[in-house]
Design a protein around this ligand. Sequence first.
Ligand code: ADP
Length: 169
Amino acid sequence: MCKVAIVPGTFDPITNGHIDIIKRSKKIFDSVIVAVAINSGKNPMFNFHERISLTKEVIDSDSELEGVVVEGVQGLLVDFAKRKNAKVIVRGLRAVSDFEYELQMAFMNRRLDSDIEMMYMMPYIKYSFLSSSIVKDVFINGGDISQFVPEIVIKHMREKFSDKGVLVK
Ligand code: ADP
């Protein structure tokens, strides 16, 4: 049986921490689908379609991620997983602060569909305190984010800000 995993997130933007989790998932599962969520609550820097295409661009440019599929997801994640024949949803667990939210989500997803398992992976220590939000903050304030995101992401962030008339390095 082909084991499919979903790696969901907002990916606003995708960071090296996300990529670490996707690579780890790829080693374990036959097929990995990165599911980009709408997540209207987060007021993202990149809109839904931009996040899908940026995530795709990053994944397609990395030979270690060959075969990984990127899709947008609307509606319940467990429904999306079911449509894709996936039994596992993989999430990254960083510091303790992720735990409470992840626990809530795991219990809710189990109640919605008890056939689907949530799996958690720890990133490398160097990514443990990395988040899309901190990357955006550092970038907006003129800091160097090249250790945290692929070059393509920086290019798109620069474009986004020059569109808004903001000068960035
Ligand atoms: P969400 O809004 O669903 O939390 P994110 O894009 O912020 O979306 O995160 C998606 C997933 O990637 C989550 O499981 C999150 O814990 C994980 N993640 C984000 N950043 C990192 C990182 N630096 N290391 C490991 N996992 C991460």
